[in-house]
Design a protein around this ligand. Structure first.
Ligand code: GLA
Length: 747
């Protein structure tokens, strides 16, 4: 797309069916008049006419003139909702009147995005801003703002929130919540007047973090309805919000969606000349339900240069296999069995270092334990490599047990309040009486804002990566941050989550720079650090600590709203899930793990020969299908969620050229209906003829039928994309917690 004229009054950015219309006539920041469907190519005259046609009436008891919803709306604009920019200078300069220099520029970047950059300032208030709005090639809209203190004295920033308007028809909200082992539970409510804010003060993204906050038309689903979603790409404190006031969102709509970093009071204090830059806030619109919104995010992620491109290695992780019972012979046997099944990566989890024989002590002491690994980790790592697998290792860099050599040597490295005059500092063991955050899994947090902490961690991890030949790090983070206080140059302890989050990003960046090719997984007691900020510098997330396949069906379905399957770790666990006690058939566990970055987390040395054969079949199927699974569009059919037919899901991945797809029909529970709903296979090309083939390599699903569904028993059928989308096929009578795999190829 050619660059737009230098000083337009209006701008229309368009990409892949999405568009944003901005009034750039100034003098304030541009205001957003439309974010949603692409209205087509409009010349300058048509855009001006449209802007004029969108001017609203002035009601009684209201501002005397129409007011704009600018990119950083505030009281000077007439906006009574949450301000885009909040801050003050000792109580003054509360309401900057941001004026642009009249020259917003739009350029097309090398990666095909249209990037609008606007600078604005209020010389009197001593505040300047720089806003970047990027419409990516696949229609994802990303916004970030920087704020600079151009005045004298300290400007205390209270928050920067990026918002965009949504129309009145976006009357329903969907967001996600959860807890350990049950991440990403959906919840829906009407988008009424008021502010629906999902805030995290956990110092990490959070088990309950909503990956997307979505507003949509009544009853929107995966394949239908118009939806607008927002995601804040940040791993510290943050807020997502949907806000609706009676007076609407200027001429732009009825409400706003937005978000940003949540700052602790006084956490960001800008000295004269200093700046703050917000995280990217990502906005995705679709006229075709949640799948369309997801597709924009996944496509954008896959186009990033750092996106992992080599086949995602089938993994064995040692955690649920051996926990803290580390022994060379036992783990060698595990590695040998893993390789026999087809694993390509072996990850040694917690327990290999310091005095870490359980989770009471040793966290932070990143030296290989002589007690359990007298010859170091090389013998195991070499054996793993000899078996043709990569060697991965677990770390939890930001955390310490108070009972650790590190805390004994450096009690002041712990993030938290300073000890009172008559309170003991952190020493070792129990820290009763010290002014510390409440322990959580017996651990405290290291203050990454301290250069010595940063250097220590970088040095230790880097040395181990070199010594042992670590190809993959499982990077864990197992507690919320509370009372995160870090000393500033004046010695006063102030809010430290912002610096902690930047510190962890810098540490990850430095390690990746030192060790090109090193892959990193973001784990946080399962899925408590899943966001696009951490995924800028990591290669997958651990979606949950539960390997219970039934729980995983739901967790992966909703994690996939934002994160593409190749970045979502998904393991076959033991027959009885350790986290729920639920028993599941091997085929259901295998099919569930197939639709992610697959692996095993089970003592596979205990498997029967039949189980080994089944796992080998599954491993082969994963390797055959992963190219498709990890590059196609994720689709989810809208089967009934309530009523007599509820209890079954159908999801899949469709190749970009629509010539191949793989689906899973999942029976979650029994239903009141005797017959399941028909299999509707979404996302195919109506005009193509397809062969639908049942793939049982991971084990045949268990059905209770007198006479089976004929085509399913035969193992294959042929139908057009239009038939599969509209009419569907008869579904087998699967028992609960059973799943079938269907492989579909154009003839
Ligand atoms: C966390 C992780 C688990 C495992 C343990 C080890 O709970 O989420 O996968 O690594 O820590 O202590």
């Amino acid at each position: 797309m050619p660059d737009q004229p230098a000083r337009p009054d209006t701008l229309l950015l368009r990409a892949a069916g999405a568009a944003v219309l901005l009034d750039t006539s100034g003098p304030g920041l541009p205001s957003v008049l439309h974010w949603g469907a692409d209205p087509g190519d409009l010349d300058a005259a048509a855009r001006s006419r449209l802007v004029a046609a969108l001017a609203p009436a002035v009601p009684h008891s209201a501002l005397d003139t129409p007011w704009p919803l600018t990119l950083l709306p505030g009281e000077p604009d007439g906006w009574s909702g949450r301000p885009g920019l909040a801050g003050h200078r000792d109580g003054a300069d509360l309401f900057p009147r941001l004026v642009t220099d009249g020259a917003p520029t739009v350029t097309t970047t090398d990666d095909g995005a249209q990037e609008l950059v606007v600078e604005a300032a209020d010389a009197t208030a001593g505040v300047a801003t720089r806003s970047v709005v990027r419409l990516e090639a696949d229609g994802l809209l990303r916004v970030r703002h920087s704020v600079t203190n151009t005045g004298a004295g300290t400007y205390v920033l209270a928050g920067v929130t990026a918002v965009l308007p949504v129309p009145a028809r976006a009357g329903e909200l969907l967001d996600l919540t959860g807890r350990w082992c049950r991440e990403r539970s959906p919840q829906r409510k009407p988008f009424d007047h008021g502010t629906h804010a999902r805030e995290s003060r956990r110092g990490r993204t959070g088990h309950d973090a909503t990956l997307l906050l979505v507003a949509g038309t009544a009853g929107f689903g995966f394949r239908h309805g118009e939806v607008w979603g927002v995601h804040v790409a940040w791993s510290g404190n943050h807020a997502h919000l949907a806000e609706r006031l009676a007076e609407g969102a200027g001429a732009g709509g009825a409400g706003v969606l937005g978000g940003g970093e949540l700052l602790l009071p006084g956490e960001v204090r800008l000295a004269a000349g200093e700046s703050y830059t917000s995280p990217w806030v990502c906005f995705s619109w679709s006229g075709e339900g949640l799948d369309g919104l997801t597709a924009r995010v996944h496509r954008w992620m896959r186009a990033r240069p750092q996106h992992p491109r080599r086949p995602r290695p089938l993994t064995l992780n040692s955690w649920e296999a051996v926990y803290f019972d580390h022994r060379l012979d036992r783990l060698t046997e595990l590695a040998e069995r893993a390789a026999e099944i087809g694993a390509e990566r072996f990850v040694l989890d917690d327990g290999w270092f310091g005095s870490r024989r359980n989770d009471h002590s040793g966290l932070g002491d990143w030296t290989v334990s002589d007690a359990v690994w007298p010859q170091g980790l090389r013998p195991l790592a070499d054996r793993v490599r000899g078996l043709g697998m990569e060697f991965g290792l677990w770390f939890e860099p930001e955390m310490v047990n108070p009972d650790s050599d590190l805390v004994r040597a450096h009690p002041d490295w712990v993030l938290g309040p300073a000890p009172g005059a008559d309170e003991p500092a952190v020493t070792s063991g129990p820290v009763d009486g010290a002014r510390l955050p409440r322990p959580w899994r017996r651990q405290m947090v290291l203050d990454l804002a301290r250069p010595e902490v940063f250097d220590h961690l970088l040095g230790r991890i880097s040395a181990l990566v070199d010594e042992i030949g670590v190809a993959y790090i499982k990077w864990d983070h197992n507690r919320d941050l509370h009372e995160s206080l870090t000393p500033g140059p004046d010695g006063v302890r102030r809010g430290g989550v912002h610096l902690q989050t930047l510190g962890i990003y810098r540490l990850l960046d430095a390690l990746r720079e030192r060790h090109p090719g090193l892959e990193i997984e973001s784990c946080s007691s399962g899925g408590a650090r899943v966001d696009l900020g951490i995924l800028d510098r990591t290669d997958r997330v651990w979606a949950s600590d539960t390997n219970d396949a039934l729980e995983r069906q739901s967790i992966q379905r909703w994690t996939g709203l934002l994160v593409p399957p190749e970045l979502v770790g998904s393991h076959v666990g033991p027959p009885v899930a350790h986290t729920t006690g639920r028993q599941a058939h091997l085929s259901f566990r295998c099919v569930t793990a197939l639709f992610g970055h697959a692996g095993m987390e089970w003592d596979v040395t205990t498997c029967t020969p039949e189980e080994v054969t089944q796992l080998q079949g599954w491993a082969g199927l994963y390797k055959e299908l992963r190219g498709l699974l990890h590059s196609g569009d994720v689709v989810r059919a809208d089967l009934p969620e309530t009523g007599p037919a509820a209890g079954a899901w159908l999801h899949g991945v469709v190749a970009p050229d629509r010539r191949e797809a793989v689906y899973s029909f999942v029976r979650l529970t029994t239903s009141a209906d005797l017959q399941p709903p028909r299999l509707i296979l979404p996302g195919l090309d109506d005009a193509l003829e397809y062969e639908v083939v049942r793939r049982d390599e991971a084990g045949a699903p268990w059905a209770v039928e007198t006479v089976p569904v004929p085509w399913f028993a035969a193992g294959r059928t042929v139908a057009s994309g239009a038939v599969l989308r509209t009419v569907g096929l008869a579904a087998p009578l699967l028992n609960p917690e059973q799943a079938a795999v269907l492989h579909v190829r154009a003839l």
